[in-house]
Design a protein around this ligand. Structure first.
Ligand code: FAD
Length: 364
């Protein structure tokens, strides 16, 4: 039996991969509070008014990379436009296209038949598998619990003007936006478009790069180098990927330049004078912020480096996997295996390796 703890996009992608490989819905249990795989993702995307995916055509949850969302859209709209843009690396699927794909795949894979409404608070390694909180023993388990909550700067606690960028909000006439990454850059544009005056609060200047994680670490060669490197260097590299950044390009720069010239955008060091404070400050970080992962590490004495659980290149928890059972981590907590683990590409990477590893185990 397989278990997936956490039914967000990473759990869902793993599920689609297992189902595609012929594993029956009855052989998989998915544990979460909410059966909707985008229950957490959708409101965050809606809050920052994101209409296009950050990922490209292959940023989807199906087991195979091809056909991707460009083919799906081309078929649906009976036009080759998305395919041509995809070939030139200029295709970004719409959020609506992606959500439709999730809905379709959810029905096609019988996801709801495997779903069990339950939050798992402890994973215990037992002979031949893992005991999940009295829900049974599962031979192969993937933990896909996502980000462990939204991060807020200390200074805004108790401030009624403050809202996190990933929570629903409108814009008042004068808005401070804390942070300098992709969500902050999106919010500068949103607030300016609504007519607000914007104050950008930042600790350091954002980097301008197309992706947080360098492209080489999505590919085999870069990953081999990463996996073979010394642990402190790996931790340093992962830390550098979390520095605030957003893509280069006129589409990002023009609204800011125009608003700066009009006196409607400025960088400042505090938010005392604004009516609203939007915290584009991302998520809490590290396994210790996630109760399930923290207990797993403490109960089983797992190796860690700084905020990361040490994983094998295939995202397996080495100390707890053997010839009879598999335990893997997916989503952001799998960065030790795949630096871009919190992307759909990273979810597929882990899902495929989890499947392969489980198949190498002897059957019970
Ligand atoms: C605004 C935004 C836009 C993004 N856009 C893109 C994009 O375009 N392309 C891309 O590739 N990536 C994108 N990402 C990154 C990534 O796809 C998302 O972060 C995604 O939500 C991660 O999925 P997840 O399953 O790891 O986490 P989540 O979606 O947060 O799901 C985790 C699930 O685990 C459950 N859970 C937690 N603990 C337990 C427990 N103990 N027991 C049972 N269940 C538990 C939670 O209830 C939740 O449903 C985006 C992220 C954000 C925030």
């Amino acid at each position: 039996m397989y278990a997936i703890v956490g039914g967000g996009l990473a759990g869902f992608t793993t599920y689609a991969t297992l189902r595609h490989a012929g594993i029956e819905a009855a052989e998989i249990a998915v544990f979460d509070n909410d059966p909707d795989p985008v229950a957490r993702w959708r409101p965050r995307v809606a809050a920052i008014r994101q209409t296009e995916m950050r990922s490209e055509s292959d940023g989807h949850c199906s087991a195979r990379s091809f056909p991707g969302l460009a083919v799906r859209e081309a078929r649906r709209r009976r036009t080759v436009g998305p395919l041509l843009r995809s070939v030139c690396d200029r295709y970004r699927p719409s959020v609506v296209e992606f959500l439709d794909h999730v809905e379709e795949l959810r029905a096609r894979t019988s996801w709801d038949a495997s779903f069990q409404p339950f939050e798992i608070s402890r994973v215990a390694a037992v002979p031949g598998g893992f005991e999940l909180d009295g829900r049974g023993v599962f031979q192969h388990v993937v933990l896909a619990t996502g980000h462990p909550g939204l991060a807020l700067p200390h200074g805004v606690l108790g401030d009624r003007r403050a809202v996190h960028a990933y929570e629903p909000h409108d814009y008042t006439g004068s808005v401070a936006i804390v942070g300098a990454g992709m969500a902050a850059a999106t919010e500068w544009r949103n607030a300016l478009a609504s007519g607000a005056n914007v104050v950008s609060i930042r600790r350091r200047e954002p980097l301008r790069r197309p992706l947080n994680v360098e492209r080489q670490f999505f590919a085999k060669r870069g990953l081999r180098m990463f996996h073979g490197a010394e642990p402190n260097w790996r931790a340093e590299l992962l830390t550098s990927f979390s520095a605030p950044s957003y893509p280069p390009g006129r589409a990002w720069d023009e609204p800011i330049e125009r608003a700066t010239a009009e006196g409607r955008f400025r960088v400042a060091s505090d938010w005392r004078e604004t009516e609203q404070v939007i915290c584009a400050t991302g998520f809490k970080r590290g396994y210790r912020e996630d109760q399930l992962l923290r207990r797993l590490v403490d109960d089983h004495g797992l190796d860690t480096v700084e905020r990361w659980v040490v994983l094998e290149p295939d995202a397996g928890v080495g100390r707890l996997c053997d010839a009879s059972r598999t335990l893997a981590i997916a989503g952001v907590a799998a960065q030790w295996a795949y630096p871009a683990a919190d992307t759909l590409a990273g979810m597929k990477y882990v899902a495929r390796r989890f499947l392969a590893r489980s198949r190498r185990c002897r059957t019970r």
